[in-house]
Ligand binder design. Structure first.
Ligand code: NAP
Length: 292
């Protein structure tokens, strides 16, 4: 099976920009589309084709990779006369790497199947620095042979591929992992707030975590500077974790499952969002906890 060389990337936000850059560095012929045109300039400077619409991108690509915010953004880039799907004939392929709902993903997989388009459901675990360093963990849903076919493309963006099953299994696994991230993020912010409330330097919390073989965790290291320096420049925007928390709760509710801790985290994220922190890093919940 040959690997497609003409790859069109839709969505050059925090993650998509880094992922497209790594595809380019790996030698693939990368074209890009982004709603806000100015974010494409650095790719044009590298000699990448910049498409004017998703349809224009799809016409000159064997494979489209989407890395956009949410379901509304997916609809905007896939559907309608200028959407990527309008240019897709049998033989093309779509890999979605955005975090969407399992239902949306299942419907998209079906739509692609009917249109003769190969589809993979490949959301990612890992944030801005891991995307930059091509160290993402790719959670793959779809036909196993399709995952194998596109492994060289996926490996240009990630360190490993975890095969979860047929779509939307990649998305289902992603929601489980993000449940942990949402809770770890809240736990760190609460522990730092509690330390300060008791007159302790929050750095002591991180120092003790690092020394503990049971509690030392890469995520804590990733968020240490955000929490200690109160620097909430975004690696993972809070609005996306709020979306994900709601997707988790909806998925659980469909099976009559309650997730009480995740429900509490969703409330804190929503409060932070409504305070105006949607675009800040999700660690900004520390500010929401401590603002009087
Ligand atoms: P981001 O920086 O907010 O970028 C979002 C991208 O979606 C931008 O390219 C944006 O275009 C595009 N977009 C949004 N609404 C659109 C619309 N209506 N029409 C067309 N394009 C639209 O987000 P990100 O952090 O890269 O995350 C992307 C996805 O990956 C999300 O689903 C997120 O949950 C998931 N994810 C993020 C991380 C992370 O740590 N950041 C980690 C794992 C997974 P403009 O530039 O024009 O706004």
């Amino acid at each position: 099976m040959s690997v497609p060389h003409r790859i069109g990337v839709i969505g050059l936000g925090i993650m998509g920009r880094a992922m497209a850059m790594n595809l380019h560095k790996a030698g693939f012929q990368v074209s890009v589309y982004n709603r806000t045109r100015k974010n494409t300039t650095e790719f044009a400077d590298l000699g990448c084709r910049v498409a004017s619409t998703p349809r224009d991108l799809a016409k000159s690509s064997d494979l489209i990779i989407t890395m956009v915010s949410d379901m509304a953004a997916m609809d905007a880039v896939l559907e309608g006369p200028e959407g990527a799907l309008s240019a897709f004939l049998g033989g093309n392929a779509l890999i979605n790497m955005s975090t969407l709902s399992p239902e949306y993903t299942a419907a998209l997989a079906k739509k692609c199947f009917i249109a003769g388009v190969e589809f993979l459901d490949c959301p990612v675990s890992g944030s801005k620095p891991l995307a930059r360093d091509a160290q993402l963990v790719i959670l793959a849903g779809g036909k196993k042979e399709t995952v194998e076919k596109f492994t060289p493309v996926l490996k240009a963006m990630g360190r490993t591929i975890i095969y979860a099953g047929q779509a939307p299994a990649g998305t289902a696994l992603k929601l489980c992992l993000n449940l942990i991230v949402a809770q770890l993020n809240t736990a760190l912010a609460e522990a730092a707030a509690l330390a300060a409330a008791q007159g302790l330097d929050p750095a002591l919390v991180f120092g003790a975590l690092e020394e503990s073989p049971a509690l030392n965790c890469g995520y804590f290291a990733l968020k240490k500077d955000n929490i200690l320096k109160k620097d909430f420049s975004p690696a993972f925007p809070l609005k996306h974790m709020l979306k994900d928390a709601r997707l988790m709760l909806a998925a659980a509710a469909r099976d009559g499952l309650e997730l009480p801790v995740t429900a509490a985290v969703e409330k804190l994220l929503a409060k932070s969002y409504n305070t105006g922190y949607a675009d800040k890093d999700l660690s900004v919940v520390l500010r929401t906890l401590t603002e009087k």
